[in-house]
Every structure is written in C-alpha cells, then in structure tokens.
Design a protein around this ligand. Structure first.
Ligand SMILES: *Cc1c(COP(=O)(O)O)cnc(C)c1O
Length: 485
C-alpha cells in the first residue's frame, strides 16, 4: 500500500487531474453490508481501481480549483503513524497532547500572541471560525450565556464581515444561535477589502438603532480573489470600540511564514482570535484546521465543563489538565497535530515560507501571461495566489462556464469559477506546492484552445484537448523524490 501511494505521488503528473466517475464504479459502492470477511488484498485492489483514480485531484499540480492544499508524502507517513498509535487526543497525560501543545506554542510565536494564548486543532477553518465566534460571545455575554442562552442582551448583538467573507462566517452566526441576519456584510473597496469607511458608518448607524456591535471577522486571503482586509485599521477600530477582532485566515494566515507576505498581514498580531488551515497553504493532509485565541482562559471557560474538570487528577493518566477537550466541542479527537508537526519539522519554516511565496510568484506569472494575451482579461487584482480571469467573448458568462467545465473534464488542469461583480470568472487558486510554470502555461494554452473551440462549435467536445500519459515533469524542491517520497 505504501509503494502504491509513493508511486501515485511520484507519477501524479501522468494522471488526469480529475475524471468523471463511471457509472459502474459508483454502482459498486451500492452493495449491502458485507456479512463475511474479505481478503485485505481484495479490498486494497478495490481502493486502487475504484477510489484512487476518482478523487478530486488536489494532489495534482494542475489542480487550481477552490482553495485546496496538495499534501505531501511526509504528511501521509505521519498519518500512518498516527493511525497505528490510535491516540485519542481529547486529553489525559500523554505525549500526543504535548505535540499539539508544541504547535500551539509555535503558532503563538508565529502570530506574536502572548503566552496565555490557547490553540486547538479542529477539522477546518469553518469550525475554527465558529469557535472564535463562541469565545467572543463569552467575552460579551459572560459564561452565563452557556446556561441561559442569548437572553435580551444577545438579541442586540451584531457581527461584521466583508461582503467577500467566506460563507462559514454566516454559518457560524447561524450555528451559535445569533442568526445570519445579525451579520452585517460590509461592502468591499476596489481592492476587494472590507471598506473601512463603510464599516464605521454601519457601526455608528447600528448603535444609533439600539444594537450592540461585538464582533468583526476580518478576512486574510479572501476565497474569491485572495484579498487581505486592512487588519491594522480593523484592530484600531476593534480596540477603540471594544469589539472582538477575529481573523479568518484559512489560506492567507500562514503567509506569516513567508518574509515577503508577512508584512501584508500586519495587524494580525493584534487579533483576539485567528482561524486557519494547515491543510491549505501548509500542505498538511486533510483535515487540519486550527484556531488560536489570545485569551486562553476565556477560551477554556467557553467550552470546559465544570463536572469534567473535577474528575482531573494531579498525577497518573488523568493529569495534565487543562486538556484539548476543554477548548472545543470535541471530546474524542484524532492526532491531527502529528502530521502538522512532521511537516513543519521535516521541511522547516523557511522552506514552507519559500513554497508559499512561490505560489504567489506563479500567480504573478499567470497574471502576466493573461495581460499579454489579447483573448484573455483579468477579472480582479492578483493579491496573493489567486487569479481570476475571463476568455473574452460576447456571451462571456456562458462561454467561461463552459471553458471551466471543459478544462476540468480535460484532465489537464482544474480551475473553478466564481462571480466577480456579478460576472462569472475562471478562478485559478495556486495552493499546491507541486504546481510549476509548466502548469500555468498548460492552463493558458488549454483555456485558449477551449475558448476557440467554444467559439467555433458550442459544445463540440470531440476536438477538446485531453490529458494523456506525459513525461516525468520537473518537480519543485518540496515535492522532489528525496524530500517527499
Ligand atoms: C477554505 C476557507 C474557509 C473554510 O475552511 P475549511 O477548512 O474548508 O472549513 C473559510 N474561509 C476562507 C477564507 C477559506 O478560504
């Protein structure tokens, strides 16, 4: 199995990025509950032929859809070790908890947070955003809200995020009982950042109307275009008005590892909480979200149960309190910290930072290619590692949606689409450390071919380029055979 996966990673370029799932493959997973044992080798065989070839494709260097990390062989091996150890990292006195605490301390240092700050591995930034919001709720309503619910004061609370914020912010408002209507979506400026003037006006108007603003969710690396809100200005406003500043840095926050990107995150060190994913720019295998909270005691008081706390001991297995389960809703938790620890230790912060800068440099190269190609146009400024563009056409939305679908089905490269100012754009998010200039060239060339074909015969799929077995392509340092497999 290990050999199969090493081969998979080493020869990933020879495969299509993605391919549609044949009917019979999908149907094979509609069998009744197996009553009898099956040989492991047979189960493995089924995985190799029916699962592995039909994944999303985010390991592939041509994958540029949504915002997905590429993972590494190092992370895969750490997952194997974690699986064998089968640690339940909810608590108790064990080294796996210490590994997680080590990462909390590293992240505390990376983001300039104080010693009392807390951190926790979670599934992803969606959960980390929810935890940030819940701690903020404790800060404004006190722990009483855990027993009594939101109460009359809770009915007055309002939260703020940019119109470009991720849907998980609104979802967190829903899940914590405040309701999505209590989230003000502040308009963006021409750089797709939260418009600070508009925020101030909204805050003022809401106070006049009897509401109580309490929470700003800043975005560091927006999902559509990679925009970073003005974190310094938002930290000033939050301090002056006594608001909680949460940063959704799902992809962008780990830009702190890159010397050329870190200055653009200035102000993040003043946030009250930060949510981000090791599984995006950090290249740690899914899932590995993380939340960092400045006031660790407030964080603990938001989740810790008094009854559970009393059962802790000063010695023996039940020592070492507080435990990770005191900082989030999960009691049983896997050993996510190990794959992050292996990734950071094996590559080092410098190499991870260089890889992050490298994806932004590729985005700039793509931007220049688009600017130099008359058939293409940029749809948004290129801030970080995300490039939104269009093939110029009369019925632009239709043609570009078709091009994006054709690109995905071609198996050559897989961007996704988004709406920019109400118009559809092809979005290439370069998150995978394996992506190189050749992939950028392939994206541009294939887009042009698809665009021409779409113009000639709408829906004429026969003439579209398709991926085939190719040469063993050059690898970036992080994915070289030596360092990755
Ligand atoms: C990906 C993303 C999220 C959600 O993170 P998950 O790990 O998928 O839960 C939230 N915000 C932004 C800006 C993102 O890019």
């Amino acid at each position: 199995m290990l050999d199969d996966l090493f081969d998979y990673l080493e020869h990933i370029r020879e495969r299509p990025v993605w391919q549609p799932i044949p009917h019979e493959v999908r149907a094979a997973f509609d069998e009744p509950l197996p009553q009898r044992a099956t040989e492991l080798a047979v189960v493995h065989e089924a995985f190799m032929h029916k699962v592995l070839p039909y994944a999303v494709g985010n390991v592939h260097p041509g994958f540029m859809g949504w915002v997905h990390g590429g993972g590494t062989a190092v992370g895969m091996l750490a997952e194997m070790l974690a699986g064998g150890l089968n640690a339940n990292v909810g608590g108790r006195d064990q080294m796996p908890v210490e590994v997680e605490r080590q990462i909390v301390r590293w992240m505390r240092d990376l983001f300039g947070f104080p010693e009392g700050a807390s951190g926790l591995f979670v599934t992803g930034t969606s959960m980390a955003n929810l935890i940030g919001l819940l701690v903020a709720r404790t800060s404004v309503l006190g722990e009483g809200a855990r027993k009594e619910g939101l109460g009359p004061e809770g009915q007055r609370l309002l939260a703020y995020a940019s119109a470009g914020s991720h849907a998980s912010i609104a979802q967190a408002m829903d899940l914590c009982g405040l309701g999505t209507e209590r989230l003000r979506l502040v308009p963006m400026n021409e750089r797709f950042e939260m418009d600070i003037g508009a925020l101030c006006q909204q805050l003022e108007a809401d106070r006049q109307a009897g509401y109580r603003p309490f929470f700003i969710a800043a975005t560091a690396g927006s999902v559509d275009v990679g925009a970073i809100d003005d974190l310094g200005a938002l930290a000033d406003i939050a301090r002056a008005q006594g608001l909680w500043l949460h940063v959704d840095g799902a992809c962008g926050a780990l830009g702190m590892l890159a010397p050329d990107i870190a200055p653009r995150l200035k102000g993040i060190e003043r946030a009250d909480s930060i949510a981000f994913d090791f599984h995006k720019w950090g290249q740690v295998p899914y899932d590995a979200g993380f939340v960092l909270v400045r006031d660790g005691e407030l964080h603990r008081r938001t989740f810790a149960s008094q009854a559970a706390y009393l059962r802790r001991d000063a010695r023996g297995l039940a020592g070492g309190s507080p435990w990770p389960c005191d900082f989030g809703p999960d009691l049983s938790r896997g050993f996510r910290a190990l794959k992050a620890w292996f990734t950071i230790k094996t590559y080092g912060a410098q190499q991870l930072g260089a890889m992050i800068s490298g994806t932004c440099e590729l985005a700039q190269q793509l931007k220049r290619r688009i600017e130099a190609t008359s058939q293409l146009e940029l749809a948004a400024p290129v801030n970080l590692n995300i490039v939104c563009f269009r093939y110029r056409a009369a019925n632009s939305d239709e043609v570009n949606a078709e091009i994006a679908a054709e690109l995905q089905e071609s198996g050559i490269c897989a961007p996704s689409t988004t709406a920019i100012h109400g118009r559809l754009a092809i979005r290439a998010a370069i998150v995978n450390h394996r992506t190189t200039l050749e992939d950028i060239d392939a994206l541009v060339a294939t887009t042009l071919a698809m665009g021409e074909a779409a113009g000639r015969t709408r829906g004429g799929r026969g003439a579209m380029p398709r991926a085939g077995p190719g040469p063993a392509w050059k690898h970036t340092p992080m994915s070289s055979t030596r360092s990755e497999s």
